[in-house]
Structures are given as C-alpha cells and as structure tokens.
Design a protein around this ligand. Structure first.
Ligand code: FDP
Length: 358
C-alpha cells in the first residue's frame, strides 16, 4: 500500500434515510428500516436476513438489560474459567453468549453460529429448521470495562452458508470466508445511550434504544465519517510490539506541532473497540491495534467477529481498514479464532500508518 493511495476510494452511495413518521414525528423503527431495505429493487435484506437481524437486535436488548443490573443482578466479576483465547471469562461474557445463542437457535434463519466464547462452532440443534446464514459474534467486546462501568459492546457479522453445506453438518471451513462476503455487520454499544449500528451493505445506520417503548429508533444515517480529524487511538503500553513504521507514525503524531507534521494530534484509549469505532464513525480519526512485529502474525483482535464486521462498517462509512499491509476485508481466514493486526479509520491516516508497498 502506498502512502499516497487510500485503501479504498469511497463507500458506495447510500440511500437517504427514511423520513420520521408523519403522525408521531418519531424516527423510524429498526423494523420499518429493515422492511424498507427488503423492498428495495436490489433487496440487500431478504426476509430471512431481516428476521435474523431483528432477532440479534432483540438479544442485544436483553444483554443491555443484564449489563444495566450491575452488582444488583450479580452479573459483575469473573467466572474463574478461561475462553478458547486463554482469557478469563467474565460472567457477562457467558451471559451475553447464552442470550445470543438462545435467541438465534430456533428461528430457522441460521445454519450455525460461532463466537469468541466457544472453541468450536455451534450447530443449529436438529429439532429446529436450518437456515441459509451463519452468525459470528463477540458477545461482549471491551470486557475489561464491565466491572468499572465503562462502555462495552456486542459485535456481529452475518455470512451466507455455502450451498455445499445444505445436506450435511456445517463445518468450520464454511465460516472461513473473506470479509467481502459479509451480508450484514453491526455492533451494539452499551454506553450512556444504548445504540445499534448496522449495515446490510447500503450504508451505515444508527438506532437508539427507546427504553420507554422498548424499540430501536433510527437516530443517524446514512453515516459518513468526517475526514481530517487528527485523533488516534492506540494502547501506548504496547509500544515495544510495533514495527518501526508504526512507531514512527505514532511518534510523529505525538511530536505534533513541534514535529515534521507541524500540527497537533489528540489521543483516546477506552480499551473497547466498539467505543473506538463508534467515535471514529461519528467524528473521524484512526484506531490501531497492530500485530506484534517481533512475533510475526501474533495479534490481539479476532478477524471473523471483530476486524471483519468493523471493517465492513468503517468502509461503508467512507473509511478504510488494513492489517498494516493489506485490506482486511480481502483476507481469507484460516481459523475461527484467527487474530489480525487492525488499523482502521480515516483513509489517509490508515494509508500513512500502513507499510508502503513495493
Ligand atoms: P477486550 O479484550 O477487553 O474484550 O476484544 C479486544 C479488546 O477488548 C478491544 O475491544 C479493545 O480495543 C482491546 O481488546 C483492549 O486491549 P488492551 O487490553 O490492550 O487495552
């Protein structure tokens, strides 16, 4: 990747957002938005996908309810077990994982699910009809924030199950599709407000949970990230893991107006990718969690259920996403829990932070 060339040129033109309901003046609901997507001539959201996204959104409401109980609901703290990544599982990691499994098992839209919290895929039990989609998710992203009451989120990605798996059990290999194959991606963010941010490939839309009526209402979209915001998000404590190129990129921004760039930058680190990506879609900037260059491909974030859905959303919002060498959405996964370096956000910043090619 050349530092002159943005990772992508531009996001596809997004349709205008539906107008508020004329009678109530209230923003449209998620249900109406999805039905209108289904009715579009190119129908990026067929009925089965619409039902699936509504179900995921309902599960996110239940997760939000569990999180908000906090210590009163005995949901804080750790379980003492470890997930497949070797990370200590928080009670809410498991609660949220179970809520997503329970909600999505029986509807007939899915062939299988996979998650950060489960070593292998979760097939749809034989007593339920099998559908044409695969769902992958990180039930609680930013888990270290749970016990200190900072923003966490749920990230999800929807793939089409390969036709070849129609008459047999779904296999891990069926999930190993590049991010360009995603048919939908989104996240819920449980912060001062509870939001659902979603794309079916026709732009990025934000829905706020209206707690009085228990409904998601569109509050932004189609969202395009502002360009030129000089704000970076990186865990500075990992400095020794960065390649010389990334270290120089960050160092120049820290030098700010006294360095070669001649302009000051700002920094944020909420330790929650959902919070970072949401801030970047709303006000611009860049997020970096590069691979450890001393250890080859060793990285923190997971390709299938963190990097890919966030990259689809960021590209749809006019941004770019790279592993430091190539576009993330083009990578062909080699395992359910594969990890990848992530640099995403403002296309010019992403190009500058990525290794020049050739
Ligand atoms: P977490 O493991 O707490 O769920 O998923 C990875 C992630 O959170 C990201 O959300 C976040 O950006 C990052 O890890 C935080 O990493 P550090 O511990 O290095 O701050």
């Amino acid at each position: 990747m050349s530092t002159q060339t943005p990772v992508i040129d531009s996001a596809p033109a997004a349709p205008a957002a539906p107008a508020p309901n004329p009678q109530s003046g209230q923003p449209v609901t998620l249900t109406r938005f999805l039905i209108e997507q289904q009715r579009r001539p190119d129908s990026p959201c067929p009925p089965q996908l619409r039902l699936l996204l509504e179900t995921v959104a309902r599960a996110c409401k239940a997760i939000n309810f569990a999180i908000s109980k906090g210590a009163l609901g005995d949901v804080l703290g750790s379980l003492g077990s470890e997930n497949v990544q070797g990370e200590v599982q928080k009670k809410l990691d498991v609660i949220a994982n179970d809520l997503l499994l329970d909600a999505n098992e029986w509807g007939g839209q899915l062939a299988a699910m996979a998650s950060e919290e489960m070593e292998s895929l979760h097939p749809i039990p034989g007593r339920f009809p099998k559908g044409e989609y695969l769902l992958v998710f990180d039930p609680i992203d930013g888990s270290s924030n749970i016990d200190v009451n900072l923003s966490v989120g749920t990230i999800f990605s929807v793939l089409r199950a390969p036709e070849a798996c129609a008459g047999r059990d779904v296999a891990e290999a069926d999930f190993l599709q590049p991010g360009t194959s995603q048919v939908a991606a989104g996240y819920a963010i449980y912060g001062p407000q509870t939001l659902l941010v979603l794309t079916v490939g026709t732009g990025v839309y934000e829905f706020t949970l209206d707690r009085e009526i228990g409904s998601w209402r569109m509050t932004d979209g189609p969202m395009q990230m502002p360009r030129g915001n000089r704000e970076f998000a990186v865990n500075m404590a990992r400095r020794r893991q960065w390649s010389p190129h990334v270290a120089r990129y960050i160092e120049e921004r820290i030098q700010g107006s006294e360095g070669p760039l001649g302009v000051d930058y700002n920094m944020r680190w909420p330790a929650s990718m959902v919070a970072d990506v949401h801030r970047i879609i709303k006000r611009g900037g860049i997020f970096l969690y590069p691979a450890d260059h001393r250890k080859g491909g060793s990285a923190r974030l997971r390709l299938l259920y963190e990097a890919n859905p966030m990259s689809m959303l960021i590209e749809q919002a006019g941004g770019a996403s790279s592993n430091g060498h190539a576009r993330i959405l083009d990578l062909v996964p080699t395992g359910l829990h594969e990890r990848v370096g992530v640099i995403l956000g403002d296309p010019e910043e992403v190009a500058a932070a990525s290794e020049p090619q050739g």
